[in-house]
Design a protein around this ligand. Structure first.
Ligand code: CO
Length: 349
């Protein structure tokens, strides 16, 4: 068992672009297997931790996606530069100049996304974004053969090469806090409820960033009575945003979704979240910009429909190289979700 920040650190540092979630899955397994009555992995790679409680109580599914936005090599040109596609929503504005960690067949390799020196740029191009098609990764190879000798091939995947760091005063910086913050909450809630009589299925899902894919098949298998997606959502409490456009703020607690582009929170789920937040004086905030989607978008449409909602840790700069979050928000998300599971499980069906 690791402490909360230690777990967030190992999860954040783990390599896990969509479809390559193994390292994240292993980290979760190591953390939770001893607390689960049953652990299994499905064919797509979703991992399920079951806690079998009292019969007659509802089955509650908690889902956090293990994947992070990343890169995939699509072509190696004759000078040895790698052309790539992004997997998950990354804008080209945040990529130039970044170091990318590529997982090659012979181990991990660092590559640099090349940039043109300003000296060689036309005046009108200097402050403009570059299209992804014009970008390339330089791994220090002068032809395709040299790149291949380093273990790079078409289909090699990569992530932003950023190591987790504590910034002091409870602030942390790391890659993939969307959704390793949610994975941390998933683990902590599952551990906190180990001696409870409730039926809980904690799921680490795959390929959320590609369109909520793992959650779809996971929910079908679990067929829960209620579900909650645990996320890292965008906070924009930074220069250039007004209170209604910043969506969420650090240090104001978990972000409860009323609606986004994938789901309208089910009234029972939403009311229960608000009720326990007030009852236990857990700070929480509502997501103010209904953009994006989460695993609950796929989950709630499963089979005959599953009452679902989303609770997220506010994180600045998600889908970029690194995010900043606050540990108090992670802790308060754990508290809110734990109380939610208790309250919804005690509800008469
Ligand atoms: Co996410």
């Amino acid at each position: 068992m690791t402490n909360l920040v230690g777990l967030l650190e190992s999860l954040s540092n783990a390599f896990g672009p969509p479809g390559c979630e193994d390292e994240v899955r292993n980290t979760l397994r190591k953390e939770l297997e001893e607390y689960a009555d049953e652990t299994r992995v499905d064919k797509l790679g979703n991992i399920f931790f079951y806690k079998h409680g009292k019969q007659g109580l509802p089955r509650v599914m908690l889902a956090a996606h293990m994947d992070e936005v990343g890169f995939i090599v699509t072509f190696i040109d004759n000078k040895g530069f790698l052309r790539f596609q992004t997997v998950g929503g990354i804008t080209s504005t945040v990529i130039p100049g970044q170091t990318i960690l590529l997982r090659g067949t012979k181990g991990d390799i660092e590559g640099l996304v090349g940039t043109k020196p300003p000296h060689l740029m036309k005046e009108e191009k200097r402050n403009k974004a570059v299209a992804i098609e014009e970008l390339f990764i330089d791994v220090g190879a002068s032809n395709p053969k040299e790149a291949e000798q380093k273990g790079i091939e078409i289909g090699t995947t990569g992530v932003f090469n950023v190591k987790f760091a504590e910034l002091g005063e409870g602030y942390v910086k790391g890659k993939a806090l969307d959704d390793r913050a949610g994975c941390t909450v998933l683990a902590e809630v599952f551990k906190a409820l180990k001696d409870s009589p409730y039926n809980i299925v904690a799921v680490g899902t795959v390929q959320e960033e590609m369109g909520l894919r793992g959650a779809r098949t996971a929910a079908w298998q679990v067929d829960p009575d209620y579900a909650l997606a645990l996320e890292g959502t965008f906070a924009a409490d930074v220069p250039g945003f007004s209170p209604e456009t910043e969506s969420s703020k650090l240090r104001e607690g978990p972000v409860v979704t009323i609606l986004d582009q994938s789901v309208i929170a089910h009234p029972t789920v939403l009311k229960t979240l608000i009720k326990v937040g007030k009852e236990y004086a857990i700070p929480f905030q509502f997501k103010k910009v209904p953009r994006g989607g989460t695993d609950s978008g796929a989950i709630h449409l499963t089979k005959a429909g599953i009452p679902s909602g989303t609770v997220a840790v506010p994180c600045r700069y998600i889908h970029g190289p690194a995010s900043i979050a606050h540990v108090d928000d992670v802790k308060n998300t754990v508290r809110l979700v734990t109380e939610f599971v208790k309250a919804i499980s005690e509800k008469s069906m």
